[in-house]
Design a protein around this ligand. Structure first.
Ligand SMILES: Nc1nc2c(ncn2[C@@H]2O[C@H](COP(=O)(O)OP(=O)(O)OP(=O)(O)O)[C@@H](O)[C@H]2O)c(=O)[nH]1
Ligand SMILES: [Zn+2]
Length: 225
């Protein structure tokens, strides 16, 4: 029998970076998931005392279910994993390549509230190169799960390490968590920076070069070697 968890497409990642999915996660279809989520959201709104006959609200359970399964959490489904096609590095480009300011829309798994920010991804080719857009796509794929920012950062790096066949991959994410900004401590200014440096990116000069390329409003002092 196929281990369904292996089908999420990130079975290469170490257990610490794995999304905690149950083994039966894909035993039911997306249509069935939407049906069950719709019923659950209807129950939440009903419990809150909302009038589900109201013209503006009556479609909300269906809309939320569709958004969860088809969009916001679509990165749980391995069928949606982007193909990370690589090419030979025929031009022998030997420096680091940085894809910066990749938009991150994710969802905090503690409160199911948005995480919004930027990811910066870099690698040094060991013979393979990857299409630029694939870095944006892999960020988006892993972002579309219930997440903690640390795990998201590690999943992106490990997926690219596997695709490129090198440890020399790094990722920095700077993101706002609406669970911090809009509720709880309600700090609208703070943001969270996470980083993962593989292979050569652990070396001081390489890390410094990467951080210099992505320097924007933040000086990233807290993650310098
Ligand atoms: N490490 C980590 N923590 C996160 C992330 N997203 C949200 N959190 C935190 O998860 C914690 C959950 O804490 P709890 O005390 O269980 O929840 P809570 O009572 O709602 O906490 P408050 O947000 O402080 O009101 C909060 O401190 C969140 O800020 C993340 O990506 N990584
Ligand atoms: Zn949260």
């Amino acid at each position: 029998m196929i281990n369904k968890i292996d089908e999420i497409g990130d079975d290469h990642v170490g257990s610490s970076a794995k999304t905690p999915l149950r083994a039966d996660a894909f035993d039911i279809s997306d249509a069935e998931k939407r049906k069950r989520i719709e019923a659950s959201v209807r129950d939440i709104l009903d419990t809150l005392g909302m009038d589900l006959e109201d013209d503006s609200i009556k479609g909300t359970p269906r809309r939320v279910a569709k958004a969860y399964v088809n969009e916001i959490f679509s990165g749980l489904n391995p069928a949606n994993k982007p193909k990370l096609s690589t090419f030979d590095n025929n031009y022998k480009y030997g420096e680091m390549l940085v894809e910066k300011n990749i938009t991150v829309y994710s969802t905090c798994e503690h409160h199911l509230l948005p995480i919004v920010g930027r990811a910066h991804v870099a690698y040094i080719s060991d013979g393979n190169v990857i299409g630029l857009s694939k870095m944006n796509r892999i960020v988006d794929y892993y972002a579309k799960r219930p997440q903690v920012q640390e795990r998201l950062t590690m999943q992106i790096v490990q997926a690219l390490q596997k695709a490129l066949g090198t440890d020399d991959v790094a990722c920095v994410i700077d993101a706002k968590h609406l669970c911090v900004n809009s509720r709880g401590v309600r700090d609208i200014v703070s943001s969270t920076v996470t980083s993962e440096f593989g292979g050569k990116f652990k070396e001081k000069d390489t890390k410094r070069e990467f951080l210099d390329y992505i320097k924007m409003d933040t000086d990233f002092k807290n993650i310098e070697a």
